[in-house]
Every structure is written in C-alpha cells, then in structure tokens.
Design a binder for this molecule. Structure first.
Ligand code: 3H9
Length: 729
C-alpha cells in the first residue's frame, strides 16, 4: 500500500536520509501538503539530537522536483494571496538555510523553479552527470518570477550575470554547466549519488568539508561587488529584455527589479520586493495565458490523438524503428536529423547521389551543432550518424515501419512516389505525407492501401519548430493516426490532430494573414513598417520576413492551392506574385524583400524590390516605415487587417471540425508559427476581445474592402449569444 505521505525518512548513523515521492503523481512538486510535511519533518529533526545531518533525495525515477505546484496558482484569487504564498515559501527556505543539521541535496533528473530555490538554500548540492539532470528557473515562462528567494540567493551564489541568464531565459542548465558556474558543488554517477550524498552530509557535520562559494569568476566578482558595475549589468539586462520582448512580458523586468532591490536596499528589501512582484505578476493576464499554454501542452502529451471507445483504455500503436524518408531536401533531412537522435534507423532517398549527399551533410550539420553545444557526446554523435543511410532507389525500404515523403509539392509527383512506396514496402507500412497544403485524401486517391495513408506536417526548420500536425482522412485507420501521433511525440513534438483539407489548420489560418500583409504592400506600404507593426503585436518575425524565410516560391505555390480551394477570400496579393516572378525566392537564394549577406544573415529592406511592387505613388505608408511617397496607415490598422482574418479563419476551422478544440487551435498557432504566447493563442485572444467586438471590427473592414473580412458564421452566432470559446478566462 502506498503511503499517503510524500516524505519518508530513514536515519543512518546520524544522517537523516529523506526521500520525497509524491504519491500518485508522476512528478514531485511543492504543494501545500508537501510544504507542511517539510515543516513538520525539519521541526522534528532539529529536536532530535541523534540527527547530525540530512540528505534529500527524490523517489521518482528520472526527475527530482518540478518546483511549486502550478495548479495551486490557478486557485490564487488576488495578487495579495500570491504575495503571501511567496512570503511563506521564503520563510520555509530561510528556516532550512538556518537548520542546525546541514542538508545535502542529491539531485538526479529535472530540478526546476522552487526546487532550485530549495537547493540553493541548503548546504551542499550534488548532481548526477546524467543527461536527464537539468536545473532551471522556468518561472518567466509562466509569466512569473522566482518567488521563494531565487532572485536573492542565486545572484549571490553564481554571480549576477549567470543568475540573470537563468532567471530571464528559464533555460535548462545541464549538470556539467551547473558545476562550472557553481550552482552545484559536485557531480557523480547516478549509481553512487545516495552514498556520496550521505558521506558528504557526515563530512559537513564533522566540519571536514565546507562548500565553495562561487560568483561568476573574477570578472563576476569584480562586477558584483562594485556598485557601478552592478548597475551597468542590470541596466543592460533591462535594455536587452525590453528590446527582445517589446514590453509584452513584464516578468523578466520584474525579476531584474527584485534583484536590483536586493543589492541596493539590502536582503530584507530584496525579499520583500520579490514577494510583492511575484504577487503582481501572478495577477497578470500574461501569466494566466502562459499557464494555460503549459497545461494545454501537457494535456496534449497524454492525448492519443484518437477517441478511445468506452472501456478501451489505450490504443496499441505501431512502433517506428525503421523510417524511410523520400526527398533529402531541407524538410527531409530535418526529419532525418531528429529521427536518428531518437534512435530510429533512417533511410533517406532522393533522385541522385548528389542530393542524397547534400541531405546527409545537412543532418550532420544539425548533429554537429548539438555536439558543439555539448548537448550530445562524440560517441552519441557517431552512433546517430551510423543510423543514417542514403539511397537513390528503394533499397532498404522493405522493412520500413513508416515512410515520410517530403518531395516537391505537386500532386502527380506525390501520386507517383506513393505508388512506388507501396510497391517497395510491406503492406503494414504507414505512408505519411509532409505536404503543407495538398489534402491527404487527394494524395491517397492513388493508394492501394488508403487506410495506411496519413499526413505528418512538420514545420521548418524541423529540429527547432516544436509543432507537428497529424492529418487524418476519413479513410485513415485510427491505429495509423495514433501511431503517427505517438511517433511525433517520441520525436519531441507537440502534436495536434487535424482534419484533412487544404492547408490543414496552421497554413489555412496563416494564409489570409500573409495575403493581407501583401495587400498592404500592394497599397504602397513600406515592407519594414508592416513587419514592425506585427512585431509590436507580438509575433517573433513579421509576415514579410516570414515569407522570405519560408521561400516565396513555396509560399506562392501554397497560396495558389489555397486560392483554388477557398476562392476569392484567399486571392493572393499582386505584390507577392510580381516579386516571386522576378526570381526573388527569399533567404535561400539570398534575395527577397530583405538584403542577405553571404552567410544568409538578414539585413535591411532591399529598396530595389519596391520597383516590383505596385507604383508607390498610388500607395500609402505605415507609421514608422521607410520608403518614398507614402501616406500613413496606422500600425493598429495593419494589425487589425492582418490578424482579424487569421482569427476569423481559425473560428471557421473550429466550426468545420478542422481542429478538435480551441485548445488545439491555440497550441497549433503558438507553436506552429509563433502566435504571441502571451495572448494565449487565437481562441484565447478572441475571448479576450469578445466575439461581438471582433464581428464589429470585421464588419467595418468588410465595408471598406468587400469580400475579404466577412465574419465567420461561428463568430456571428457567438456574438449574438455573448458566448466564449473557453468557459473560464
Ligand atoms: C515555481 O516553482 C515558483 C517558485 O519560484 C516559488 C513560488 C512561491 N506543477 O510534462 P509532463 C504535471 S513555478 C503542477 O507530462 P514530462 C503535469 O501537468 C514552477 N503540475 O511530464 C502532468 O500532469 P498530468 C516551476 C506539474 O516528463 C504531469 O506532471 N516549474 C508540474 O514530459 C507530468 O508532466 C515548472 O515550470 C508543476 N510544477 O515533463 C515545471 N510539473 O499527468 C513545469 C509537472 O495531470 N513542468 N506537472 O497531465 C515541466 O516542465 C515538465 O512537466 C517536467 C516533466 C519537465 C517537470
């Protein structure tokens, strides 16, 4: 029978060996009950004079502690309540720091947020030198700041600059790096973690060992101890944060403020400010949206992608050990690169040896980058490369469990390769298309086994983009869908299952947005001004830059397919057609709307492109744009004209069943092309604006530009009934 308690303690020769193992939960986290158990336990240990030291271990297989319980944040009713929670956390960790019995943390697996704050309040930290061991303060990714002393203790332990890096990015710090920066004191193999931790606890109790205080090396020390140096570092951090976030994320700035307060006003002021700002941040809409996204993505991790029948429990999936890839281009090699990293045997085919070699080199580049960043060892690199093979025929495809095609976006070409794959593989093999726009059912028309045909739409660059759309046709076997979903997750992707149709979900809602950006150029707007307006809205890149990145040839081909399918509403803008016709395909040919250097690094707008656009004399410009003879379109109008049709299309996708839920629609847009996460996604954003406000704005635009902005039926219906997409905010 499992214990109702999370903490168990064993006393070994004066050392209390404490194991945290939250019952019935996959990870350890600090919820109210666990905190109470900690208080009671330390109270008892402090009074037990037989206990001279303590060690804290996790009972979970590969994770230590995931920090504070985020679900409890959802119950917080006010900033004051959150401030109290932070203050209580600080008091608990202060009491641990002041323990008579030194506490040693034995860390294996993820150590996040409040867990790092706990660890740095203790007397000694040992971590395992295992790839699963990472330490991070991910609070800013939830719109929060470390609230249990992290903004105060961390800079003093590892130096301001290293602390800022961790707190402002939330980035994972691997064990080796943690040792280098002084975040942990020692690294050991997992097999000896427990015994070494007990030994160190004894040594510290006996006064034989003190832990070293690091603070970012000599330069770090000099800067931190010197008022002017500190001010400079903090000012720079503020400037860079503002530049990067355009003011949309208040938490990183709040964290800097809390750190500053601790140095300028002393520790008690620092802790007070940390609690106050933690409370303030927890009440922001940004934090609510980011926490929503955290739970939405975790829910998707468990989602099999198909509806289970009553009593079914789970669905058996086909494991993918051998993968065939058709097309060794950018997408094909990108998929190969992530597949070999998961131990899949990959066979990549293209038409000639030159292309295959180029694709293999591209895989090597991705893995080399990981090697250089020390994310993998040389041995792992070699093992991964050994899993990759190339071919110009179908040799080695016979045993493939899954074949993904990433060939030219042309239906005839897709039909041809589908037939070839069916002939070259076993009848059980799954055929997946990575098409970005062609309906899978059209591709499956050529199939002898349409039930084995599915869509797996990866985003470019594959090794960086977190989303995968799995597309099921009405004929796809549900086990095939579930297998594509399971394999996508294994590849580390967040997977949404969408219904078949031109552009599926992500490209369908992206197209009207890009088209409208093009129409603004048709009107004579300046390229950088359109991009800037949407960067200000919160997109990571502007729409014109995005087109340059994706490739104008690819984008325009997709645009035509969408136009054919959806008619006038999706008519491509004139400007884009003129530019693509001139051979400016964007970054890959180092010629597009922007200038590119030899390495492909983006520069300023290429002024010569304006000659290809509609005559500027007829045009207008956008606030803040460069270029000639322009009148002004306010940035707000640019945002409305581009973002509203995207929202409108997202509502249509939901009504038509292209996506299963607003949650999938939000996650798809945020992870597929960077819809501003602090707005929660298109559906959360529509709820913030309200359906009637969206309808009103769309109708106003439709009066000015008939046909393009007609509100979706779904929005009209919701506006009439004052309905929302989500029942709660
Ligand atoms: C913080 O610490 C604030 C402090 O500064 C001080 C405050 C005063 N809370 O992702 P998985 C659940 S802020 C609640 O599928 P994986 C998750 O929802 C906190 N629940 O597994 C899921 O639930 P379910 C800073 C949590 O192996 C289940 O655990 N910490 C938490 O792929 C399994 O999760 C973070 O931001 C949590 N903290 O990844 C850590 N963590 O089974 C966020 C997990 O019902 N968490 N759950 O669907 C993660 O990054 C990943 O979940 C983790 C495991 C890497 C831990």
């Amino acid at each position: 029978m499992s214990s109702p308690y999370a903490l168990t303690t064993e006393i070994l020769n004066g050392v209390a060996v404490i194991t945290l193992d939250l019952p019935n939960d996959p990870v350890n986290k600090f919820n109210r009950a666990v905190k109470e158990e900690f208080v009671a336990l330390f109270d008892r240990l402090e009074r037990d004079l037989n206990v001279r030291a303590a060690v804290l271990l996790s009972g979970k297989q590969d994770s230590w502690i995931a920090g504070a319980d985020i679900e409890e944040f959802l119950e917080l009713k006010s900033a004051a309540e959150a401030e109290r929670m932070s203050h209580d956390g600080q008091l608990l960790l202060d009491s641990i720091e002041a323990l008579r019995t030194p506490l040693v943390c034995a860390i294996h697996g993820v150590c996040l947020g409040g867990a790092v704050e706990l660890a740095i309040a203790t007397h000694y930290r040992i971590a395992t030198d295992h790839p699963k061991t990472v330490l991070a303060l991910p609070e800013v990714q939830l719109g929060l700041i470390p609230g249990a002393g992290g903004t105060q203790r961390l800079p003093r332990l590892i130096g301001i600059r290293a602390a800022l890096d961790m707190i402002l990015t939330g980035r994972n710090v691997r064990a080796k790096k943690a040792l280098q920066i002084g975040l942990v004191d020692e690294l050991v193999h997992p097999s000896i973690l427990r015994s070494v931790a007990i030994q160190r606890a004894r040594e510290i109790a006996d006064g034989q060992r003190k832990h070293q205080k690091h603070s970012g090396g000599i330069t770090g020390l000099l800067l931190d101890e010197n008022l002017a140096g500190r001010k400079l570092v903090l000012r720079k951090a503020r400037e860079e944060t503002l530049k990067k976030t355009r003011g949309h994320f208040p938490a990183p700035l709040a964290a800097i403020e809390a750190i500053d307060a601790g140095y300028s006003g002393g520790p008690s002021k620092g802790y007070r400010e940390e609690s106050r700002l933690f409370g303030e941040m927890s009440a922001t809409d940004v934090s609510k949206q980011l926490i929503f996204l955290f739970f939405a993505t975790t829910a998707l991790k468990k989602d099999p992608g198909v509806t289970l029948a009553e009593g079914e429990g789970r669905i058996d999936v086909i494991p993918v050990d051998k993968l065939g890839i058709l097309g060794a281009g950018f997408m094909g090699s990108g998929i190969a690169a992530i597949a070999v990293q998961q131990g899949t045997l990959v066979r990549m085919k293209d038409a000639d040896h030159g292309r295959v070699a180029k694709g293999m080199a591209a895989v090597r580049d991705v893995l080399k980058e990981r090697l250089e960043k020390r994310q993998i060892t040389r041995l792992q690199y070699t093992d991964m490369m050994t899993l990759l093979g190339g071919t110009v025929d179908y040799s080695g495809f016979r045993n493939a469990d899954l074949v993904i095609e990433a060939v030219f976006e042309d239906l005839d070409v897709k039909h041809q390769v589908l037939k070839e794959v069916e002939a070259a593989t076993d009848p059980d093999a799954i055929f997946a298309s990575n098409t970005s726009t062609i309906p899978i059912s059209r591709i499956a028309e050529a199939a002898a086994r349409p039930e084995r045909v599915v869509g797996m739409h990866f985003f470019s660059p594959v090794h960086k983009m977190p989303l995968l759309e799995v597309i099921a046709t009405s004929r796809t076997d549900r086990r095939v869908v579930a297998s594509a979903v399971a394999y996508g997750k294994k590849l580390g992707k967040t997977v949404i299952v969408v219904a078949d149709g031109p552009g599926f979900y992500v490209n369908r809602i992206l197209t009207p947005y890009i088209n409208e950006a093009g129409r603004l150029l048709d009107q004579g707007a300046a390229i950088d001004a359109v991009d800037n307006a949407l960067l200000d809205f919160g997109f990571p890149v502007g729409p014109i830059t995005l087109v340059d990145e994706v490739g104008l040839d690819v984008g325009s081909k997709a645009g035509h397919i969408m136009h054919e399918a959806f008619g006038q509403r999706f008519a491509p803008p004139v400007s884009m057609q003129a530019v693509v016709a001139s051979g400016r395909y964007g970054r890959k040919v180092k010629k597009g709307f922007y200038l590119y250097d030899e390495e492909g690094k983006k520069g300023a707008v290429d002024q010569s492109v304006y000659a290809l656009l509609m005559p500027a004399g007829r045009g207008v410009s956008v606030e803040g744009g460069s270029g000639q003879q322009r009148t002004t379109i306010p940035a707000l109008e640019v945002q409305q004209r581009t973002v509203l049709p995207m929202l409108n299309e997202a509502a249509r996708c939901l009504a038509e069943g292209v996506i299963r839920s607003p949650r999938d629609g939000d996650v798809g847009a945020v992870f597929g092309f960077g819809f501003p996460a602090f707005r929660g996604g298109p559906f959360r954003y529509m709820d913030t604006l309200g359906a009637s406000e969206i309808v009103k704005q769309l109708e106003e635009l439709n009066d000015r530009f008939p046909g393009r902005f007609e509100p979706a039926e779904q929005l009209l219906y919701m506006a009439r009934r004052s309905e929302r997409f989500y029942s709660q905010g």
